[in-house]
Design a protein around this ligand. Structure first.
Ligand code: NDP
Ligand code: OXD
Length: 311
């Protein structure tokens, strides 16, 4: 089975080197436009493929993202309707994300931003404590990752509200909301908002001033979905007005974040470089192999996104 590597400005061959070696003999990885016969290629692995990438492969049937999100492939203009798109689902990645979100939730709940600033000024001042039970967390997205994050926050004692597209059963300590009608009720009972939605036409721009206005005053945003979920100017205004006390941002409209961007120096923003939780290379290799085997057997690949829903 031949598999073409499709990425724009990112060395996918170098990134996947260990898995390419491990899969030798079972999958032969070729580079985009390297002279291989494009008609022989039925499978691709990609991360932000060039805009016309898929035009070159008339028999391509499936494209695997190297991340949990597949928007980087779904948004490629040359992606045909009949190409299946696969993403990575890895429990260990969800656990890493839970750790990241918990860190920021406690950062807010325990006033660490203020203590960090006070230390620099040699100010000894106790702010007072709130229990986890007093600080409700809302999670946009109750999927493979959101469910793990919700469970771990609930285990620590945070009241957790979750929001999904369809109704989902939830265990004790987690309250489920769904659909457009459920969103306002969920936000009204939320102080810390975590975004774990996929980027789709419906979710783009969802983190905006109107939504921030529905949270508890002095709320906190943990943005780990995708950059275009956020209306950046609205975040700056919500931070200035005090509607939001702070924000942890891991994903951005433009990555890497340009050096002149105001987020870099904003005192109420903690920023990380799209590093909240990575998929492991081993899980990526396993998904690529399982997808190739499904293709050979004429079976639908596991973890394919629903093209009509966009995730
Ligand atoms: P899933 O597809 O498993 O879950 C998506 C969740 O979002 C589901 O609960 C789904 O609802 C919900 N959803 C989708 N659209 C809507 C909508 N219009 N209204 C309400 N709910 C909606 O995704 P994962 O949990 O695996 O990953 C989520 C996202 O996290 C990824 O797409 C990626 O963008 C981001 N991510 C970021 C990382 C980082 O390092 N910053 C790392 C990994 C992922 P339903 O259950 O009803 O289908
Ligand atoms: C992502 C990932 O989709 O890192 O952001 O898996």
């Amino acid at each position: 089975m031949k598999c073409v590597l499709l990425s724009g400005g990112f060395d996918l061959r170098k990134y996947l080197a260990s898995e390419i070696k491990r899969l030798e003999g079972r999958i032969s990885f070729v580079d985009h436009l390297d002279g291989s016969d494009p008609a022989e290629i039925r499978m691709a692995v990609g991360w932000h493929p060039p805009a016309d990438a898929f035009d070159h492969y008339p028999n391509l049937e499936v494209a695997c993202s190297i991340g949990a999100g597949a928007d980087n492939i779904l948004n490629c203009p040359s992606l045909r309707e009949d190409i299946r798109v696969v993403r990575i689902v890895e429990p260990a990645q969800a656990q890493m994300m839970a750790g990241f979100v918990i860190f920021h939730a406690i950062w807010h709940q325990r006033h660490f931003a203020t203590y960090f600033a006070n230390q620099r000024e040699r100010v000894w001042k106790r702010i007072g404590q709130r229990t986890m039970q007093e600080v409700p967390v809302g999670i946009l997205g109750y999927g493979a990752i959101g469910a793990r994050v919700a469970a771990d926050l609930a285990m620590l004692g945070f009241p957790v509200n979750v929001w999904s597209r369809s109704a989902k059963p939830t265990p004790a300590g987690i309250t489920g909301f769904h659909g457009a009608d459920g969103l306002d009720a969920m936000l009204a009972g939320t102080e810390i908002l975590v975004n774990l939605l996929p980027l789709t036409a419906e979710t783009k721009g969802i983190l905006n001033g109107v939504l921030f206005g529905k949270l508890r005053r002095g709320g906190y945003l943990i943005q780990v979905g995708r950059g275009p979920h956020l209306v950046e100017q609205d975040l700056l205004e919500a931070l200035d007005s005090g509607q939001l006390a702070g924000a942890a941002l891991d994903v951005f409209h433009v990555e890497p974040l340009p050096p002149e961007h105001p987020f870099w120096v904003h005192p109420k923003i903690v920023l990380t470089p799209h590093d909240a939780s990575d998929v492991s290379l081993v899980a990526t290799g396993q998904t690529i192999l399982a997808t190739a085997e499904a293709l050979r057997a004429g079976l639908p690949p596991k973890d394919a996104v629903d093209r009509s829903r966009g995730y």
